[in-house]
Design a protein around this ligand. Structure first.
Ligand SMILES: [Zn+2]
Length: 77
């Protein structure tokens, strides 16, 4: 495996940490803007909960956003 491939794999794993496994909602990026209009980069993470759910008949721990939880898109175990 080339270095770039490994690096990409690590990046994907890091970015999948704050990602909903149902709807795919992830981190979004933007800027803080102060009153004097200075801008700094920032990011917003989705509200991800690790819950036990029934996936294909077996209880599994899945990372789901709070919105998918609320709309009942998973069956809790
Ligand atoms: Zn979701």
């Amino acid at each position: 495996m080339k270095y770039n491939d490994l690096h990409r794999k690590v990046r994907e794993e890091v970015s999948s940490m704050a990602k909903c496994s149902i709807c795919g909602k992830g981190v979004v990026f933007g800027q803080n803007v102060s009153h004097s209009n200075r801008k700094t980069n920032r990011s917003w993470k989705p509200n991800i909960r690790k819950v036990k759910a029934i996936v294909d008949g077996t209880p599994t721990t899945v990372a789901v956003c709070s919105r998918c939880l609320r709309s009942g898109k998973i069956t809790r175990a």
